[in-house]
Design a protein around this ligand. Sequence first.
Ligand SMILES: N[C@@H](CCC(=O)N[C@@H](CS)C(=O)NCC(=O)O)C(=O)O
Length: 208
Amino acid sequence: MNTTPILYSFRRCPYAIRARLAIYSAGIELEIREVLLRDKAPKFLEVSKSKTVPCLQTNDAILDESLEIMVWALNISDPNNWLRETNKSNELIAICDGPFKNALDRTKYPNRYPDENAVENRVLASDFLNLIESQLDPNLFGENLNLADIAILPFIRQFAHIDFNWFLSQPWPKTAQWLETFKTSEMFNSVMKKYPKWKEDDPITLFP
Ligand SMILES: N[C@@H](CCC(=O)N[C@@H](CS)C(=O)NCC(=O)O)C(=O)O
């Protein structure tokens, strides 16, 4: 029997946001379960090997990585052709998820990294912003969004909002416009709906 897939998600998590965006673009309907990171549901801890969100449970698989979930959804349906230029996209996403995310966390959460210098890390993170700015036209791969835009934008949003005035004062006008278009899009706002924390025996909540 085919059952509805289940997505364990957390509204503000950039990894979960990008997974929801791909599911939304693919037009897939599934059950969403909002996980509280500081109070994870036992069922989620049972299902997710990494204990991180997002985590997708289908009939025959458990996908524990946001990028895997994106590709799963877009392989079912990719009406916006986000899976073009996959190799080049993956190169940019790897920089985002690696050195950029590393520097982003050390800029955003100085208390968690007492031995690190937040300002130095902001400079390191800015290397990636410079690369993004040089590539935008107006999106990373031309006129239309692609997997890389969707995978990276939630992290750029997080970085920009550490100190939004500082972000706007940087020589990144294309990035600022790219982010603004994303934040005001129907798609983004549709995947940012609020759900109460899920608990066992709750009735099914469908996404989107
Ligand atoms: N590699 C994972 C990373 C996901 C991740 O780190 N998510 C964070 C939330 S933004 C998380 O669940 N952290 C676990 C915790 O805070 O306990 C993916 O791409 O899905």
